[in-house]
Design a protein around this ligand. Structure first.
Ligand code: UDX
Length: 482
């Protein structure tokens, strides 16, 4: 099929590259200056495992091209996909870009083509989409075309895998009286062999929203469960392992820590709470999801301050990881930024290291006073305390016994429950994470209270085997690209 994809951000570029890889003839359109030149050279503007190779191979094969504007390709396209951004960068929506795009593209599409919107849209926009397209077509005396929305569920760091093998394809029909658009999209996605769910456009859009809200709520639930584990001497990893065997619950997205960041989850929760509130609808569950998420960052800072003797002024604190999760260089809504800022305001000397050069540079532009180190060792060097922010493989597989000699202090706060606290303690660190049990050193000693939280585990986890399902399901995302 001949496909034109507008917007070459995460969603558009991954879609364009993977569709070309299936043998389609694809043109990716991008207006941001400099981006098209980069893409033509086979360089992607963000880090996404596997994507560079797919772009390079399909450019070479002539199936994928990039342009700042298209004429004949647009008129000849079977499918036109819109994947332009709809975030305003401050937690709100902006629909100006997609409106300009639709006004430019819709009048020029062939009567045989289908319009597919992949951008995440405000529900009110979805409800008006078909009428908007009909008006624009009527103004140019062109017959109406099928209009569908096709929300994406791809995770950064696993986007290629998720595009090729999604759990489901959701198609939302805004206008398609003869199912011509549906037939085209069913054929387009045949290589995935994934179930196709066909819905009304508003339901498709809300199913994307619902999925993200539910995932966010699961994470905040796990974080509140972790607080209860701290209170009652439980271990959240073990508790979740016990729950995960229940097929109704599952084990994914129940990893406690500093909470969710990224371009999607925080934005969708806060926008929904705000939009519902403006309409007079109460959403206390979602408001709590957001509140718990923000609170986790404060808890992390509190752990660092407490273990540093109640005052971090003049302390060198190494933050490991800046990106909102591993395998991406994305800093959008990354917890690292607010955490670094809070620690700097408390007088700490904060040095961060992240394996992604781009993230290191960008973070210094966002957080005043933040220093970055070019290597993990340099970040650890002379540090009084360490805070793990992102569970990059490099940090989890690091031989922490080596850090003892590099660091001045011995505090490690694990914001992702990703480090082996038993090993850390054996190496001489004082460590704290979220809702993980601090077992008594001997059988005789009483179970510790949350206040006594800063010492470590004695024996190997007895229910490690029971945790296998949980461990597999939550398998730290870096394992993730197939
Ligand atoms: C999310 C959705 O998962 C995806 O379906 C949608 O299309 C886009 O938004 P993404 O933003 O790439 O994907 O990241 P995701 O893997 O969902 O993680 C979001 C945040 O939650 C990260 O900061 C991650 O560290 C955190 N998280 C995830 C947890 O804190 N605990 C978990 O158990 C899982």
């Amino acid at each position: 099929m001949r496909i034109v994809v507008y917007g070459q951000g995460y969603v558009g570029l991954v879609s364009a590259a993977c569709l070309a890889d299936w043998g389609n003839d694809v043109v990716g359109v991008e207006k941001q200056s400099g981006r098209v030149e980069m893409l033509r050279d086979g360089r992607t503007p963000f880090f996404e495992p596997g994507l560079d190779d797919i772009v390079t191979e399909n450019l070479a094969a002539g199936r994928l091209r990039f342009s700042e504007s298209v004429d004949q390709e647009l008129e000849a396209a079977d499918i036109v996909m819109i994947a332009v951004g709809t975030h305003d960068g401050h937690g709100g929506w902006q629909t100006q870009t997609i409106l300009s795009c639709l006004y430019e593209v819709v009048p020029r599409m062939s009567a045989a083509a289908t319009l597919v919107v992949r951008s995440t849209l405000p529900p009110s926009f979805v409800r008006n989409l078909s009428r908007l397209v009909a008006d624009v077509r009527a103004q140019s005396s062109s017959p109406m075309i099928p209009v569908l929305i096709n929300p994406e569920f791809t995770r950064e760091g696993r986007a290629v895998h998720d595009f090729r093998s999604p759990d489901r394809i959701v198609l939302g029909v805004a206008h398609d009286p003869f199912e011509r658009g549906l037939a085209q999209l069913r054929a387009l996605y045949e290589p995935t062999h994934s179930p196709v769910v066909e819905l009304a456009a508003i339901d498709a859009s809300l199913s994307k929203l619902g999925a993200n809200l539910f995932l966010a709520t699961k994470i905040s639930f796990a974080n509140e469960l972790a607080a209860l584990c701290d209170l009652w001497g439980g271990d959240v990893d073990e508790v979740v392992a016990g729950m995960a065997h229940d097929a109704r619950i599952g084990g994914q997205f129940l990893r406690a820590g500093i909470g969710f960041g990224g371009s999607c989850l925080p934005h969708q929760v806060s926008m929904t709470v705000q939009a519902a509130c403006e309409a007079g609808v109460e959403t206390p569950l979602l408001a709590a999801t957001e509140q718990v998420n923000r609170h986790q960052r404060d808890v992390f800072v509190k752990h660092l301050v407490e273990l540093s003797g109640g005052d971090v002024r003049g302390h060198r604190i190494a933050l490991l990881g800046l990106t909102f999760k591993p395998n991406t260089d994305d800093l959008r809504e990354a917890p690292s930024l607010t955490i670094a800022d809070s620690l700097i305001r408390l007088g700490a000397d904060v040095v961060a290291y992240d394996p992604m050069d781009r993230a290191r540079y960008a973070a210094t532009q966002i957080v005043p006073g933040l220093q970055v180190a070019p290597t993990l060792r340099e970040a650890l060097s002379g540090a009084d305390a360490v805070g793990l922010i992102t569970e990059w493989r490099e940090f989890v597989q690091f031989d922490w016994s080596q850090a003892v000699d590099l660091m001045r202090g011995s505090v490690v706060v694990d914001g992702r429950n990703a480090l082996d606290s038993r090993r850390l303690t054996a190496a001489g660190f004082t460590t704290r994470s979220f809702g993980r049990r601090i077992e008594p050193k001997t059988q005789e000693e009483p179970i510790v209270t949350p206040e006594q939280h800063a010492f470590s585990v004695g024996a190997a986890s007895p229910s490690l085997a029971a945790g296998a399902v949980y461990a597999r399901d939550t398998a730290l995302e870096w394992e993730g690209t197939e």
